[in-house]
Design a protein around this ligand. Structure first.
Ligand SMILES: Nc1nc2c(ncn2[C@@H]2O[C@H](COP(=O)(O)OP(=O)(O)OP(=O)(O)O)[C@@H](O)[C@H]2O)c(=O)[nH]1
Ligand SMILES: [Mg+2]
Length: 342
């Protein structure tokens, strides 16, 4: 069984899509409002052919009774799922995401009432991987990411990530240009100019929306234009409308850089702060600096945002990987080291 995600403007529309795709006994794992309407995560029960029957999908299956009858912390989970849940919690994954995975597993043939089903870890990883959306648009020729702005809190690695992405694009044979809006921090322009020189790609500074339009015309023949922005505390939204206007003028897609070690609530705060810009994808940076990247990862998953890359060090351009949902999910359940897994 694989989880599928259904988004629509209204909940009834989303449920209708679930019904059409997963059938009358669809297992609804999660429903929640999103910026664009409603998201429903659901799956067809094993072996059931999808139908378009007009009855409502049933709610998620109840958890089997905890046979141990204990009230300990771990009894929150089915016995079979407990060891995996513990690993994933150590990794930082949220209970919300884990609960969704466990519920989805209840609709499968895997044994959850006792520990040790050998099929469980790989199936759980597959279910979690289905919840992790990835965005390959920065690595292929999709027009959506032709002009991309890197945004995020101070010091998360926006400029470094931009340099890594620009180098990868250039190495694929794309004509690349770099523009910066960051004239706020001292030496920010020089930092990026140096990267641009090392990469041998054109570089410009834009001070406002008019500047940005002019610069983009100048780079009209480029395949990819990367825009760097000033780091902002997520609690200071004052200058955001200005950046928003300039990025809209550029028609830029927004890549949110979020440090992988950010705690869950703070990650939600960052996402809230940058949501007005319209976040097209998230890059988890500094994966190498944390032992619990799951909190930031869970925040991204819970908000239904796609993940584009994971950054694993300071080296440009080597320390960046395209996000791989399967590998991230296996890392969460296996507690592999970041370098080996991301
Ligand atoms: N360990 C590690 N360090 C990183 C990573 N990405 C960037 N850094 C380092 O983090 C520091 C800040 O990186 P910048 O790219 O300047 O961050 P920024 O978000 O552009 O910073 P501001 O423009 O000041 O907001 C630098 O020392 C980078 O080398 C990463 O994935 N892992
Ligand atoms: Mg910077």
């Amino acid at each position: 069984m694989l989880l599928k995600r259904f988004e629509a403007k209204t909940l009834p529309e989303a449920i209708e899509r679930v019904r059409a795709s997963c059938g009358e006994h669809a297992l609804v794992v999660e429903t929640r409002p999103t910026a664009r309407g409603f998201l429903v995560v659901a799956a067809s029960p094993d072996g059931e052919a999808p139908t378009a029957a007009p009855t409502a999908p049933r709610a998620a299956a109840p958890r089997p009774r905890d046979q141990a009858g204990t009230t300990s912390f771990l009894s929150k989970w089915t016995r079979g799922f407990q060891p995996l849940a513990q690993k994933a919690l150590d990794f930082g994954l949220s209970e919300t995401v884990l609960r969704a995975v466990e519920r989805a597993l209840l609709g499968t043939k895997v044994e959850l009432s006792r520990a040790g089903d050998p099929a469980l870890p790989s199936l759980a990883s597959r279910v979690l991987a289905a919840l992790v959306h990835t965005e390959p648009g920065l690595e292929d020729d999709s027009a959506a990411f032709r002009t991309v702005a890197l945004v995020g809190p101070t010091g998360v690695g926006k400029t470094t990530t931009l340099a890594k992405l620009a180098a990868r694009a250039r190495d694929r044979g794309e004509r690349v240009a770099i523009v910066t809006l960051d004239t706020y921090r001292m030496a920010a322009v020089e930092q990026l100019r140096t990267f641009a020189e090392l990469l041998d790609v054109p570089f410009a500074v834009a001070h406002d929306a008019n500047d940005m339009r002019r610069v983009l015309q100048q780079y009209a023949d480029c395949d990819r234009i990367f825009i760097d922005t000033t780091g902002r505390s997520p609690r200071n939204r004052e200058r955001l409308p200005l950046v928003e206007g300039t990025l809209r003028a550029a028609g830029a897609s927004t890549l949110l850089c979020l440090a992988a070690g950010t705690r869950g609530r703070d990650a939600q705060l960052v996402i809230d702060a940058y949501e007005p810009l319209g976040i097209e994808a998230v890059c988890l940076t500094k994966w190498d600096e944390t032992v619990a990247p799951g909190e930031a990862l869970a925040a991204v998953v819970e908000r239904g945002l796609p993940l584009s890359h994971v950054c694993i060090g300071q080296e440009v351009p080597a320390d960046i990987l395209a996000a791989d949902a399967g590998q991230l999910a296996r890392a969460a359940f296996d507690c592999e080291t970041a370098e080996a897994s991301a």
